[in-house]
Design a binder for this molecule. Structure first.
Ligand code: ATP
Ligand code: DNN
Ligand code: MG
Length: 212
C-alpha cells in the first residue's frame, strides 16, 4: 500500500495493534520519519500510557524527542501534552488508573490542540484494540470517538493469523476504516512458510512496515 503523505495533511492516524509489544511505537517512528521526509510537519499523541517508569512515559518521551527533531513547531510541546494520562502500573488503563477519571472529551480537545502544531498527527494506542479504559469503553471505542484513519499493526510470529483476523473482525464490527501493516520482526525466517501462505491467499496483498 502506497502511503501518499499529501493525503494525510490535516489528518490524524491512530496506530493500534493486535496486542501490546507488537510494534506500535516502532510503527509510529516509521510513519513519523516517512511523513517528515515528504516535508510534512509531524506530531505525536499517546493519550494514555501505562508502565511509566520513574515519571517518564517511555513511548511518549521517545517519540516526542523524535518529533522535536523533525518538526520545530513542536518545540514548546511537553511530554504531558503528548501523554495526558500516565500511570505506573504496566497494565490496562482501566486497572492502572486506580480512581483517576479518564475524560474522553478532554482527550479529544488535546488531540485538536496538538493538531495546531503539525500537518499530520500520529496517535498511539495502549496495548491492543480491546484494552479497557473504562468498564465498558475500550481502545477501539476511543478510535471511534477520535474518528481517525486507523492503521492496525500485526505481528509476524506464529499466532499472527488468529490475532490479525480477530482484530479485523472487531474493527469491522464497529465500522472503523483501517489498513493493516505486518511488522516483520518475530519468527521472520519461518513467516514465509508458516503464516504468509494463508495471509497472502486470504488478503491477496500484504503491507509490511519494512516497506515504508
Ligand atoms: N521491526 C522491528 N525491528 C526492531 N525492533 C522492533 C521491531 N518491532 C518492534 N521492535 C522492538 O520490540 C519491542 C516492542 O515494540 P514496541 O515498543 O513498538 O511495541 P508496542 O506495541 O508499542 O508496545 P506497547 O503496547 O507497550 O506500546 C521494542 O523494544 C521495539 O523496539
Ligand atoms: C504496559 C504495556 N506496555 C501497555 N502499555 C499496556 C498493555 C495492556 C494489556 C492489557 C491486556 O490486554 O491484558
Ligand atoms: Mg508503544
Amino acid at each position: 500500500m502506497k502511503i501518499n503523505p499529501e493525503e494525510y495533511i490535516g489528518k490524524s492516524i491512530f496506530i493500534t495493534a493486535t496486542n501490546t509489544n507488537v510494534g506500535k511505537t516502532y510503527a509510529c517512528e516509521k510513519f513519523l520519519n516517512h511523513f517528515a521526509k515528504a516535508g510534512l510537519r509531524v506530531g505525536y499523541f499517546k493519550p494514555i500510557e501505562t508502565g511509566v517508569e520513574n515519571n517518564t512515559p517511555l513511548d511518549g518521551s521517545k517519540m516526542l524527542n523524535l518529533v522535536k527533531k523533525l518538526n520545530p513547531d513542536f518545540k514548546n510541546i511537553s511530554v504531558n501534552d503528548c501523554v495526558p494520562y500516565q500511570f505506573l502500573l504496566p497494565a490496562s488503563p482501566y486497572v492502572a488508573k486506580g480512581n483517576t477519571y479518564i475524560d474522553i472529551e478532554f482527550l479529544k480537545e488535546k488531540k485538536e490542540y496538538l493538531k495546531n502544531f503539525c500537518d499530520v498527527l500520529i496517535i498511539e494506542g495502549a496495548g491492543g484494540l480491546m484494552v479497557p479504559i473504562k468498564k465498558d469503553f475500550f481502545i477501539i471505542d476511543l478510535i471511534k470517538e477520535f474518528r481517525t484513519k486507523t492503521f492496525l499493526i500485526t505481528p509476524s510470529k506464529l499466532g499472527s493469523i488468529n490475532d490479525t483476523l480477530l482484530s479485523i473482525e472487531a474493527l469491522k464490527n464497529r465500522n472503523i476504516n483501517f489498513s493493516f501493516f505486518i511488522n516483520l520482526y518475530e519468527d521472520v525466517d519461518s513467516f514465509e512458510k508458516v503464516s504468509k501462505p494463508f495471509l497472502i491467499d486470504y488478503f491477496e496483498t500484504l503491507n509490511f512496515l519494512q516497506d515504508l
